[in-house]
Design a protein around this ligand. Structure first.
Ligand SMILES: [Zn+2]
Ligand SMILES: [Zn+2]
Length: 569
């Protein structure tokens, strides 16, 4: 049991209490305790009962629930509620926009207890006719169900990373004399993973197979398995796993073949042969040797996507890719001034303690009232606090930024004199996400043309596996950033990874700098930068083209130069 799971179970308990019409006072009690626990900084697992009592709203019954969760992963009230709830109802409760009240109505009036029944009821139109639902709700339920179905079995790289690496390590321990490698999408650091592919080579494959068969963590799919490939599912996750078996002598070429994307394997190395055709010659003993033998520069696995990496490798033009350690500072972060969890001081001190030279704070602007956006007085107050902290923490430096909402017409969210008071402005869209491609592109173009925009934040607003981004014409947007000297963010939050890596090469070719921004809303959020680096590398990003790889002095000069060019405009 960990902190997040405890919060999740308490939340589920509240939903179920609402579903089953428990005493409203009791429900409210749980809700206020949950809110305090979510806001708190401390890990529930590390808090003593006494410390828990001191948290607002946490009474005796919540403490008992937490004790029980720590010991048994559940608690009596939750067990009772779960017992009288069909499992399909639990799934329906996860659908966005359907609170416990609506789920209860669907259950009582239409007898719906599964997502399948819900889909049928929506398609026949009877859901719209229930009081409080209507056509719009019905349509959005259908969309959510379809989106959910299309994403079943898919995981964010960041959510599955530890599990896959842990699983592979356990295999390495189990099969001491075998060579084991993760191949496929995971080896190429794809942002979404729907299957894990593992290559095993051994002189004694029969032995390997019989050991694998006995693993309890895998449910085998015999119908889809053959002598060289086994398929199954990791039982505690909804994740497909594929094993490829080979003799040790075949390991290098199999590894290359299973790691490269199809498009990569079909890329031509010379006039007559593709990567795949060169691979099956098996006239090399290692990955490195394969590339040298074919007069190719080594192509890092994350770049083997079939863009133009083979062309680049022929001309020795694969650059040295960005690394975590190249990043010198962290831009685009939130504090308690808007919707962040930690104070400006905490965010700054933690950033400094990690060895970075600077922090860019960019809380939400005033229109983002749902996220505690800053009124002008609060901006002034924050700037005074930054000045003070900068004196105290020097040479570490906090840069004054803002994440300015791009309003519906493309304008920014403060008058010019306020915008001029920031060192940098991240301009982002957070509202009216349903524009068509023309309007959405024009809106961004106007924000890019605004001389105060330093960085274009999360360009499409997508949330992977949750919501599509608004459509934009990427080329037009990137071209405009090139002309206006606007930096584009790679938002490193694993849900976003926006700018998409497929556009990184185009941006680099146009001379547009990128910034790896964690969009941290708490101190731990800084660690997301590594996912931004991973996708940046997929697109060929270098240290030289990364804004926050600049040193403190260099970025100070960069911001100053932008200010100067604004005045001359
Ligand atoms: Zn944002
Ligand atoms: Zn943000």
């Amino acid at each position: 049991m960990d902190h997040k799971t405890i919060l999740k179970k308490l939340k589920l308990c509240i939903q179920l209490m609402e579903l089953h019409d428990e005493n409203p006072f009791k429900i409210r009690g749980y809700q206020s305790a949950l809110i305090s626990l979510e806001r708190g900084d401390q890990d529930i697992m590390e808090l003593s009962d006494l410390e828990l009592t001191q948290i607002n709203g946490v009474g005796k019954s919540i403490i008992e629930a937490i004790q029980s969760l720590k010991a048994t992963e559940s608690f009596p009230l939750l067990d009772q509620l779960l017992e009288k709830t069909p499992t399909g109802i639990l799934e329906i409760l996860q659908i966005k926009g359907l609170g416990p009240k609506k789920v209860k109505t669907l259950w009582e009036e239409l007898g719906i207890t599964s997502t399948h029944e819900l889909m049928e009821a929506c398609q026949s139109g009877i859901v719209a006719k229930i009081k409080g639902f209507g056509e719009k709700t019905q349509e959005s339920i259908i969309q959510n169900l379809e989106f959910k179905a299309s994403n079943a079995g898919k995981w964010l790289f960041a959510d599955i990373e530890d599990t896959i690496e842990g699983f592979t390590l356990s295999l390495k321990n189990l099969f001491g004399n075998s060579q084991i490698a993760i191949v496929g999408d995971f080896a190429r650091k794809m942002e979404i993973i729907s299957e894990t592919e593992i290559l095993i080579s051994s002189e004694e494959l029969t032995d390997v197979r019989s050991k694998l068969k006995s693993l309890e963590s895998i449910e085998w799919n015999q119908l889809e398995s053959g002598p060289r490939t086994w398929k199954g599912n990791l039982t505690d996750l909804d994740l497909e796993v594929i094993f490829h078996f080979c003799a040790p002598v075949d390991f290098p070429w199999k590894k290359l073949a299973f790691t490269g994307s199809k498009a990569h394997l079909l890329s031509y190395v010379d006039d007559s042969e593709t990567i795949a055709e060169k691979l099956i010659k098996k006239d090399y003993g290692s990955e490195e040797e394969f590339f040298t033998k074919n007069q190719l520069q080594f192509i890092p696995s994350e770049m083997r996507e079939g863009f133009d990496e083979v062309e680049l490798a022929k001309e020795n033009k694969i650059p040295e890719l960005l690394q975590d350690s190249d990043l010198k500072g962290i831009l685009h972060n939130h504090s308690t001034y808007s919707d962040g969890k930690h104070s400006l001081r905490q965010m700054a001190e933690y950033c400094k303690s990690l060895g970075y030279e600077y922090l860019g704070i960019s809380d939400h602007s005033r229109t983002a009232s749902y996220a505690g956006g800053l009124e002008i007085e609060k901006v002034i107050k924050q700037h005074a606090e930054i000045d003070e902290l900068n004196r105290e923490l020097a040479p570490f430096k906090i840069f004054k930024g803002i994440e300015s909402d791009i309003l519906g017409d493309g304008s920014l969210d403060y008058p010019d004199d306020v915008l001029a008071s920031f060192d940098f402005v991240v301009s982002s869209v957070h509202s009216i996400l349903n524009m068509d491609i023309h309007r959405a592109t024009d809106r961004l173009l106007r924000a890019i043309a605004n001389p105060y925009t330093t960085i274009l934040g999360h360009p499409t607003g997508r949330l992977l596996l949750r919501r599509e981004g608004y459509p934009i014409d990427h080329k037009t947007i990137i071209d405009a950033c090139a002309i206006r000297n606007v930096v584009i963010e790679i938002n490193a939050n694993p849900w976003r990874l926006d700018l998409d890596w497929r556009w990184v090469r185009y941006a680099l070719d146009k001379g547009v700098k990128l910034s790896i921004n964690p969009d941290a809303h708490e101190m731990e959020g800084y660690s997301d930068m590594k996912y931004g680096v991973l996708v940046g590398r997929k697109g060929g990003l270098t240290k030289e083209m990364t804004l926050n790889a600049l040193s403190r002095e260099e970025i100070t000069a960069f911001f100053a130069e932008r200010k100067k060019s604004r005045q001359s405009q």
